[in-house]
Ligand binder design. Sequence first.
Ligand code: SF4
Length: 330
Amino acid sequence: MPSDVAAIRRSLRKWYGKHKRDLPWRSTADPYRIWISEIMLQQTRVAAVIPYYERFLALFPDPAALASAPEQELLAAWAGLGYYSRARNLQKAARAIVQLPRFPFDYSALLELPGVGEYTAAAVASIAFGRPHAVLDGNVLRVLSRMLAEHGDIKSTLVRRRLQTFADTLLDKKRPGEFNQSIMELGATICRPKQPLCTACPVCTLCSARQQGLEHQLPVSAARPIPRRQEKHLLAIEKQGKILLWQRPADSRRLAGFWELPERQQVPGASIYGEPGEFRHTIVNTTYLVQVSRASVLSHPNGFTWLAKSSLETFPLSTISKKALARLPE
Ligand code: SF4
């Protein structure tokens, strides 16, 4: 373990003060806003989150507004961000928060909220309330495993525990929120997964992987599953300014409550016309090769609804259906 903990803290603090990105959730101390940003940033890039974050907070500026939002409005505001259980859990948590005298400020109380795991509880407790909890997300795991030249699999419990201990040791207890953000920022912008920018790194001289020339080999992580491919043929069936869609049931395993374009086999009597559009769409480990065609029907099976095209923005439409409509040739 690098012995000079104080030097690491100092270097990170100086670097973060000078180089941190100007992000909307960094200019607030409001725990609600910080919590929303942390949930949105899970599995989603910063650049993609910013417009969603601003729109979401304009629609639901506080826990009370989120707690009372109609589900379709909530999902429409989240549509495109993916991992929709996050939005549903946010609302469940907001409903719990409005019953409390104030926003929960301590790590274990935050951990009790739906959708809040160890990472989010540590992030909100430290950033919004200055509580001394070290975060361990993907960026931090990578940075710390390189600084320690950790050769074990970062997905293993044992290695994670070791890295959590290191994170707890490094944490600057006087400024835990700033410290956590600085190490996450280092992982996001300098200690990148494929091409770490070691020559620009503030802890370069204190990093074991760099000293041993191992920065490109670490961290070690178990192989990812082989990606799958699947074909899909979607239909855009329109009539007098309306489009035919179906809604996933409330107990659907994925995208419950979302609206979708029909697939070819769902409307066997449809007549296809015009050139199809094509695109790829990846969900978790599956890449869909999607073809989208214009089609017409004389009648349609049960379970479909004509929705006005002009009102589609107010409905949660799946990302794949949104992309299909955008790629449809004229
Ligand atoms: Fe990452 Fe390189 Fe900095 Fe080490 S020196 S923490 S590998 S960017």
